[in-house]
Design a binder for this molecule. Structure first.
Ligand SMILES: [Zn+2]
Length: 392
């Protein structure tokens, strides 16, 4: 079945200018042509979907989780729950992601291998959700951030956990290097794994062809993690100029997560009553904007993720624009660049012949009004339309 998604313009996610009066043609699950609709060779019987505004690649959420709803508070406490309540939250969350236009998401840590089970259910068509990249059980030490039910310590422990995750079906490995905002434990600049443990994780993962994501805000742990081979730095709110220079030299991606910190449904909704967490949030908000403006101008590669703020990838892209990123680059940070950061740019992230037909069409022009990304009209994953699921 050949379909053409036609809009006032097509943003293909590459460097190219938007194509006015453009269409994306797909056959089955693949894109076959893109261009001004009048110049395309449409086979007889092509069904044309009038999408109205802007057609762009399906969004890629480079950092999120399945089971967490930040507004409920105590995020690691939510991860400590048994599979059933966590799974119920995850079903709603994954549906919301897909309906918001996120067609691929990289899941950065779940207990019970819940992400891998979700991926199986989504791929089998049991529940709607984005295409998932999974890391299985995240690795954190006995005193690390993000510890819920499972902790992993020592070089041998780390090797074993990485191997178990890969055996269970993990695409990525996630390491918690420094403290985080949503817990009362380690500071954002203390690091909780040794150089040897980080090296062991990277060595095991890379030998099996998997990449490693490092939760790291700042402090000396960032450099150690980069030197030992981690592929992406998550959050990075306190990165120094030296850290950023090292990332540029090594070609590593920073994955920014803004909504959890700035959006009213994020950490502030319930955890503002916890003084240990609230002090971190207010201090970070003061520092982060100026620092990120500098980081984003530095030439370091970056992408965005919602860190459990399901359905809010548009907010991440809008925050980039607020921090001075040109709108087309901000859109690419949530599509093409996010796909590159996740290691899947051969399949998704741009609209090009041969790539998967992951397509989002929105009302309006996100390059003039970034909030138009909040108004999806067509959501397609692998050539299948999901926007009609929407009942809210
Ligand atoms: Zn996270």
């Amino acid at each position: 079945m050949v379909l053409a998604i036609h809009g006032a313009q097509v943003i293909d996610g590459t460097r190219a200018d938007p194509v006015p009066d453009g269409a994306v043609v797909l056959d089955g699950d693949r894109v076959t042509q893109i261009g001004r609709i009048s110049t395309l060779r449409l086979p007889a019987g092509t069904e044309i979907v009038e999408a109205g505004g802007t057609v762009l690649p399906g969004l890629v959420n480079a950092h999120t989780h399945c089971s967490i709803i930040p507004g409920l508070g105590d995020q690691t406490g939510q991860m400590r729950q048994p599979p059933l309540p966590s799974g119920f939250r995850a079903v709603g969350n994954m549906r919301r992601e897909l309906l918001s236009g996120v067609t691929t998401a990289r899941i950065m840590g779940e207990e019970h291998h819940l992400d891998i089970e979700m991926r199986r259910a989504i791929d089998a068509g049991v529940i709607p959700g984005p295409r998932l990249l999974c890391c299985g059980i995240h690795l954190t030490s006995a005193h690390g951030h993000g510890r819920a039910l499972t902790t992993t310590d020592g070089v041998e422990g780390v090797r074993q956990r990485v191997r178990q995750n890969i055996a269970a079906g993990a695409d990525w490995i996630k390491l918690f290097i420094t403290g985080g905002v949503s817990s009362v434990g380690a500071s954002l600049e203390a690091y909780t794994y040794t150089r040897e443990e980080i090296r062991a994780a990277c060595e095991e993962a890379h030998r099996a062809g998997r990449k490693v994501a490092a939760h790291a805000h700042g402090g000396p742990g960032v450099r150690v993690a980069l030197e030992e081979g981690v592929d992406t730095v998550e959050h990075g709110a306190l990165l120094t100029g030296d850290d950023v220079d090292l990332m540029k030299r090594l070609g590593r991606f920073l994955v920014c997560t803004f909504a959890i910190l700035y959006h009213p449904e994020g950490i502030e909704k319930t955890d503002r009553h916890n003084p240990a967490i609230w002090t971190k949030v207010t201090a970070l908000r003061e520092q982060e904007e100026a620092r990120f403006r500098e980081i984003l101008r530095s030439g370091v590669r970056y992408a965005v993720g919602t860190d459990s703020m399901h359905g809010l990838l548009w907010f991440e892209i809008a925050t980039l624009v607020r921090f001075g990123v040109p709108p087309l680059d901000a859109v690419r940070a949530g599509t093409a660049w996010a796909a590159e950061a996740c290691g899947i740019s051969d399949r998704v992230g741009t609209l090009e012949p041969g790539k998967l037909a992951d397509i989002l069409a929105v009302d309006g022009d996100p390059l003039r009004d970034v909030e138009s990304l909040r108004r999806p009209r067509v959501v397609m994953k692998g050539g299948r339309r999901f926007d009609r699921l929407s009942d809210d």
